[in-house]
Design a protein around this ligand. Structure first.
Ligand SMILES: *Cc1c(COP(=O)(O)O)cnc(C)c1O
Length: 368
């Protein structure tokens, strides 16, 4: 068998008629930027999340930058986030002009450890950006409580967690603003780049709308300094075709993870991901196991046609671009980065493929 780590083509083929008719509709309309499809997607995704406003932007990194700009965050301000995430979380923060302060994660779900926030907050701190990593909600209940005590805003990085929820509320609807990416492999993925910002605050939503389109309050009226970062009509039409399938595809991701769990349980050389936190509904963006034998395992699986990846091999604070912002050490982050391995776990993966991966993984570990 040959099992790719992800396969956008399978997703297209599963929804071919709906996708073809969506893009055909846009070509027929002759309208590509900020039109009916973006308007409709913004309304539909906001309704799905249970939030007042959704504003489509160019990608998830821009979403973070624009959300921070809308809050008036600027040079000299500090924003707290995690290092164990896509580097783009911190890149969005720096693009807004702020300085990043990295905190460590908790070891169960690899999300921001709220116990470390107090010591990271100082007089320059303005906001906290938790990441719902691998589709599991960060502990927003505790993070919001700390933020409120210090008058800070919480901006959710929900790029890996479309449809995840905490105590019945969808992520992206809980913080002051939520940021989504529609990169093709995300739970809700476009066929190109795309992103969105969500908020319940009418005034902030208006500022976000201005900022994504050059800071224009009306055409040719650049009221504030903005950027150029707009979700396009083609991607919005594709996302509208996919949104009705998001819940069933997330459920399929969870079923795949359950199948892996049963097949891999109790292997001494393997640590499986922790179950969902109480109150949390995770959407399994990635299925990440942990083992001290990672590199040997990864090459042995590759020889058997199984592609795996590491999310992420070098934490953001150890990247050369962030040398100036690096804290002395983040032991939980660094420990995880050395041992984590992501297995194929996308909705179109077939049961027999999951079984093949699990069998080969067990056999390889037994032989190592
Ligand atoms: C994908 C991702 C981003 C960046 O999104 P882009 O659309 O690629 O810019 C930011 N944060 C996290 C956690 C991500 O997974």
């Amino acid at each position: 068998m040959n099992i790719p780590f992800g396969d956008s083509r399978r997703q297209y083929l599963a929804m071919k008629d709906e996708i073809d008719s969506a893009v055909g509709r846009v070509f027929e309309s002759g309208w590509y930027i900020l039109g009916k499809e973006v308007d409709a997607f913004e309304r539909e995704f906001a309704a799905y999340l249970g939030v007042r406003h959704c504003i489509g932007v160019g990608n998830g990194t821009d979403a973070i930058e624009i959300a921070l700009r809308a809050l008036g965050i600027k040079s000299g301000d500090e924003v707290i986030t995690v290092s164990h995430t896509a580097a783009f979380t911190a890149i969005g923060i720096v693009a807004a002009g702020a300085t990043v302060r990295f905190v460590d994660i908790e070891p169960l779900h690899y999300t921001m450890d709220p116990a470390l926030l107090e010591s990271a907050i100082n007089e320059r701190t303005r906001a906290i950006v938790p990441v719902h990593l691998y589709g599991h909600p960060a502990d927003l209940t505790t993070i919001e409580r700390v933020a409120r005590t210090h008058g800070l805003d919480v901006i959710e990085d929900a790029a890996q967690a479309h449809g995840a929820s905490l105590a019945g509320r969808k992520v992206g609807s809980i913080g002051r603003l939520g940021c989504f990416s529609f990169y093709p492999s995300k739970n809700l993925g476009a066929f190109g780049d795309g992103g969105a910002i969500t908020t319940n605050d009418d005034a902030l939503a208006e500022r976000v709308r201005w900022i994504r389109n050059g800071g224009q309050a009306k055409r040719y009226d650049h009221a504030i300094l903005g950027v150029n970062s707009r979700l396009d009509e083609l991607q919005a039409a594709i996302l509208r075709a996919e949104l009705p399938h998001l819940d069933e595809r997330n459920a399929r991701r969870r079923a795949i993870v359950e199948r892996y769990r049963k097949a891999l349980a109790a292997h001494p050389a393997l640590v499986l991901p922790a179950p969902d936190a109480p109150d949390a509904y995770a959407v399994q963006h990635l299925f990440v196991v942990r083992t001290k034998l990672r590199s040997a395992l990864q090459s042995a699986l590759a020889l058997r046609g199984i592609a795996t990846q590491v999310h992420y091999p070098v934490p953001t604070h150890l990247q050369p671009a962030f040398a100036a912002e690096a804290p002395p050490s983040l032991p939980v982050t660094e420990g995880a980065a050395a041992e984590i391995l992501s297995l194929p776990a996308y909705p179109e993966l077939r049961d027999e493929e999951v079984d093949y991966v699990a069998t080969k993984l067990r056999e390889t570990l037994d032989a190592l």
